[in-house]
Write a protein that binds this ligand. Structure first.
Ligand code: SF4
Length: 248
């Protein structure tokens, strides 16, 4: 009878003593559950405390709270608590990027990928997904999305607000007049490129807001909390414990 290598410690990397335990020692359900759990535990090791301190606004950050940015500029220790499934979703997103870059490379239209982006006033730092040559140089922002989200985007031919904002910032920083937010449906790999032009009025308003937020930070005045503790903004925020334990 074959035997399986089974880790007694649920954390496989931390366990150097791998034992040979015969498969028949377990029920099928136990074997399946233990594998499932071991995969999750391995991923959850990524949730380590880390010190975050930014030098500029990150276009990919979805949290637009002025107080959040104050903490980010000041530097905070955060411990992510992503679920294992969420981490797999992130990894899947990265894999989608690599595949789409491959298509554009094969087509001979990929000019640049993973472009470091900086801007001085307001300070901005980030990484744009890329530039393709499609009737001139165009930004690309690549997103994988659920089928519900995909159908909504297709119906209205409009990117999500956070993706629109991100693309506008990168177009300004990279001096591009237009770009595509390209959605790929997670369920069936259907693709939806949405073309947007640079919207200077939108960018000017956003950059003024960022300058004001940055001015607050450099003057040392911490912004008041714009939301309630029970709001979705705060419950999703990774500095909520610090923020709500801090003085007003
Ligand atoms: S917890 Fe709420 S108020 Fe505090 S930084 Fe986060 S989003 Fe802003």
């Amino acid at each position: 009878m074959k035997s399986l290598k089974v880790l007694r410690n649920p954390n496989p990397k931390a366990n150097e003593a791998v034992e040979e335990v015969p498969a028949e020692s377990f029920t099928v359900v136990q074997l399946v559950d233990s594998l499932n759990q071991a995969i999750d535990d391995n991923l959850l090791e990524r949730n380590k405390p880390e010190f975050k301190k930014v030098k500029g606004f990150h276009p990919s950050y979805t949290n637009q709270c002025a107080r959040y940015w104050y903490y980010m500029f000041d530097g905070v220790s955060v411990t992510p608590d992503f679920r294992a499934q969420t981490l797999r979703i992130f990894d899947n997103g990265h894999a989608v990027h690599d595949r789409l870059y491959g298509y554009f490379r094969d087509m001979g239209i990929l000019i640049a990928e993973e472009i470091p982006v900086t801007y001085s006033s307001p300070p901005i730092e980030g990484t744009a997904d890329g530039i393709i040559n499609w009737h001139g140089e165009k930004l690309i922002e690549l997103k994988s999305i659920s089928s519900e989200g995909f159908h909504y985007r297709k119906l209205y031919n409009k990117p999500k607000d956070e993706h629109y904002r991100q693309a506008q910032i990168y177009m300004e920083c990279l001096n591009l007049d237009g770009g595509f937010v390209i959605y790929e449906c997670k369920n069936n790999q259907e693709i939806l490129p949405i073309y947007i032009e640079k919207d200077q009025a939108f960018i000017d308003k956003l950059f003024k807001k960022y300058r004001d937020i940055y001015g607050n930070y450099t003057s040392g005045s911490i912004p008041v909390r714009p939301y309630k503790r029970t709001s979705k903004h705060c419950s999703d925020c990774n500095v909520a414990t610090l923020c709500w334990g801090d003085s007003d």
